[in-house]
Design a protein around this ligand. Structure first.
Ligand SMILES: Nc1ncnc2c1ncn2[C@@H]1O[C@H](COP(=O)(O)OP(=O)(O)OP(=O)(O)O)[C@@H](O)[C@H]1O
Ligand SMILES: Nc1ccn([C@@H]2O[C@H](COP(=O)(O)O)[C@@H](O)[C@H]2O)c(=O)n1
Length: 679
């Protein structure tokens, strides 16, 4: 997950390949609660690992539920069997409506039966999301639920002394603000239906019906079959009792799939975008996004457990759609509408106003930043497309309002024909449902390599290039190329292969040919800050001064440099690269949008290297370090092939008197000034 302040997505051109998406949030949190409420153990497979499920898991642990992680996405839940294991707890539920609403109802019923007091709270936005209709229904029933702040909103206190619930008359709940209120009652009331049936009546028109379908389907998996008359009356049968299905699998999230369906529909493709773990028979309502995408022109082939998506009509066809059945995925249509052949209108989306943010207002504001004209009403949005020749599209920095869907939707604007990048502010908001969203996006999208930004940092030994490159890359969410390490690895590999690299040996063309062959097939792997050569961890070994000197000798050979060129250029991957070395700006990435030539006085650099070695517990002598680095720089500068020198368009930075932080800030501000997003 990108934990950066912003993430710049370069213009994307093509798409194709296979993605496996994380589990459905709606299913994950329902299944977790059901497993916690029933008797016995349930193994849940492919559970979503995200902010919203994490708060649910934490809450269940606080309630005394036995949880065992069997793998990254598999948990075993030992249910409470309808008996409270603790009588008091404070539950922090973040911004997870799928945790706040059902837990409120379940605890209201359980505390009415057994006594106990629980406090449920969340992030500030959660305290602005209505829950009054559910609270009213529970209070009407005789349960004790009280606001701890503003009436009608979390935080809430639930429980008190045991009390009898009024179950002989129908429980009434409004269905036109959030379907989660009805879901919460449907999940909680089977706990009270041992003796008698319980009827729930929905007041007003029920919105987001497909989410109720999910609830009913999952209740059935846990042994409770609810009778329903249309969408206004639901009867939980007498004697209802939760029983574990033993093992249950969570489908991939259909709302998350919408971004990849849209990607397939928008991007030119060689191969389709294939989404694994989700098929047309999904129980999730957002699977019907497929129909909406098809209406806009996407070619979608569905199988039982996968979808294949290709661009069909282009430009996309404008739509006028009642989106009540796909409230979350409908946001994706708003961005697809930018690529349509006329204005698209999304109707019946009033629930957007009470989600993670006011999504109608947020979407309208942010799409306008791309240059689009957008109209909005209380429960509708109309998006006018942008010209297909690219005119009118603007590069934009998109505010995401701590709303995962705003971030994921906005990424789709990176396919704009103007080839403008898109800046996503606070990208880590995707952690709510899809922590690795952007990483997954990179696996099925392509950009013109020339448009993938590279920031080059060249300069002499120990000027702080590596330190600067790592820090800048971390701030931008970019990859890092430590090109010096590649030359060091060639030296090390040569030593291991018994190939001498002293001056005399390097005069022999046969030795040079062997070294070039070695460099061409360097069995190297980088990962988690470590370097492996032929399976051995050589992270420490390559940093030795001897390895640096060997690198300096082999790097003077044009054949070795040529052999490493493609490998280095291969590091230019989405979303961008910071490359450190001697010839990054002059030879390897001559088209880089920013080249920095970093220097410091020889004395300063020797002192830094000395302190670096001492801090690693390695012996060091400042005079010999100074002599070595001057010798290395002299050789690097004097060689004929790719000598150490600033590129003509490089910015020079002498950081002798600058701290690491000041150096990083200087380079980041240069970088920002070259971006098209403004301040
Ligand atoms: N601006 C700075 N002020 C003080 N110390 C610094 C500064 N920049 C880097 N250093 C320190 O100097 C040492 C050398 O830095 P670093 O390894 O990044 O240099 P380098 O240019 O990548 O070296 P090499 O060319 O040998 O790979 C490190 O210990 C680092 O922490
Ligand atoms: N692009 C590069 C990078 C490095 N070298 C040579 O490798 C030596 C070691 O580099 P470090 O950055 O790891 O110290 C260096 O002295 C150069 O001779 C190079 O030629 N080109």
């Amino acid at each position: 997950m990108y934990r950066t302040a912003f993430l710049d997505i370069p213009p994307l051109t093509r798409a194709g390949g296979t993605v496996r998406l994380p589990g459905s949030k709606s299913i994950s949190n329902r299944v977790l609660l059901l497993a916690a409420l029933c008797d016995g153990e349930t193994v849940i497979e492919d559970l979503l690992d995200s902010d919203d499920t994490r708060v649910m898991l934490d809450a269940l642990v606080a309630l005394g539920c036995g949880l065992q992680r069997l793998g990254p996405t598999t948990v075993r839940v030992r249910g409470l069997g309808g008996r409270l294991a603790v009588r008091e707890a404070r539950l922090f539920l973040g911004n997870a409506g799928t945790a706040m609403r059902p837990l409120t109802a379940a605890l209201a019923v359980l505390t009415a039966q057994q006594g106990g007091r629980f406090e449920l709270s969340g992030v500030p936005r959660m305290h602005e999301r209505p829950i009054g209709d559910l609270v009213d229904a529970l209070v009407e029933l005789g349960a004790r639920v009280q606001p701890l702040g503003q009436p009608g909103y979390p935080p809430l206190a639930v429980g008190g002394e045991p009390t009898s619930l009024r179950l002989d008359t129908p429980v009434r709940v409004r269905g036109d603000v959030s379907s989660q209120f009805l879901t919460a009652l449907l999940l909680a009331l089977p706990l009270a239906a041992a003796q008698r049936p319980i009827t729930i009546e929905v007041l007003g028109e029920l919105i987001s019906k497909p989410y109720i379908e999910i609830t009913l389907r999952l209740l059935e998996r846990f042994g409770v079959t609810v009778q329903r008359a249309g969408w206004s009356r639901f009867v939980i049968p007498a004697g209802a009792r939760y029983t574990t299905p033993g093992r249950i699998h969570v489908e991939s999230d259909a709302s998350s799939a919408s971004y990849f369906i849209a990607t397939g529909a928008i991007a030119a493709t060689d191969a389709p975008v294939t989404i694994e773990g989700l098929g047309l028979a999904s129980i999730q309502g957002d699977i019907r996004f497929v129909e909406a995408a098809q209406a806009m022109g996407a070619h979608i082939d569905g199988e039982a457990n996968r979808l294949h998506v290709r661009r069909g009509a282009w430009p996309l066809r404008a739509i006028d759609l009642d989106c009540n059945h796909i409230p979350d995925a409908a946001m994706t249509l708003a961005v697809m509408a930018l690529y349509a052949d006329g204005p698209s209108t999304l109707r019946h989306i009033g629930s957007w106003r009470v989600k993670e943010t006011d999504r109608i207002a947020a979407m309208a504001t942010e799409l306008r930043k791309f240059g689009a004209s957008v109209e909005e009403g209380p429960d509708w949005l109309r998006v006018h497309p942008l010209p297909h020749d690219g005119s009118g599209w603007r590069a934009a920095a998109i505010h995401t309002y701590d709303d995962h869907r705003m971030a994921m939707c906005a990424s789709l604007a990176a396919f704009n024909p103007a080839r403008q990048p898109v800046r996503i502010l606070d990208p880590q908001c995707v952690g709510k449902t899809f922590p690795d969203y952007f990483e997954t996006l990179w696996t099925v999208t392509q950009a013109d390599p020339a448009r993938i930004p590279v920031l080059c940092i060249d300069g002499p030994t120990a000027s702080g290039k590596g330190t600067l490159a790592a820090a800048v890359a971390e701030r931008l969410g970019y990859h890092v190329l430590d090109s010096g390490a590649l030359y060091r690895l060639v030296g090390l590999a040569a030593e291991r292969a018994g190939i001498a690299t002293d001056e005399a040996a390097l005069a022999d063309p046969a030795v040079v040919a062997r070294l070039a062959a070695l460099a061409e097939r360097l069995p190297v792997r980088f990962g988690d800050g470590r370097i492996w050569l032929d399976g051995d961890d050589v992270t420490q070994a390559v940093r030795s001064e001897a390895a640096g000197m060997a690198a300096s000798r082999v790097s003077a050979l044009p054949a070795v440099r040529a052999a490493l060129l493609a490998l280095q250029r291969g590091f230019r991957r989405l979303p961008g690269l910071v490359a450190d070395g001697r010839d990054m700006g002059t030879v390897v990435f001559p088209d880089a949008p920013l080249k920095v030539f970093l220097t410091a006085s020889a004395a300063t650099r020797a002192q830094r290297r000395y302190e670096q070695l001492i801090s690693r517990g390695e012996p060091a002598n400042i005079d010999s370090l100074l002599a070595d680095l001057e010798a290395r720089d002299a050789r690097d500068r004097a060689r004929a092939a790719a000598p150490l020198k600033p590129a003509e368009d490089a910015l020079l930075l002498d950081n002798s008197a600058l701290s690491v932080d000041e150096t990083v800030q200087t380079v980041l501000s240069w970088w920002q000034r070259r971006q098209p997003f403004g301040d």
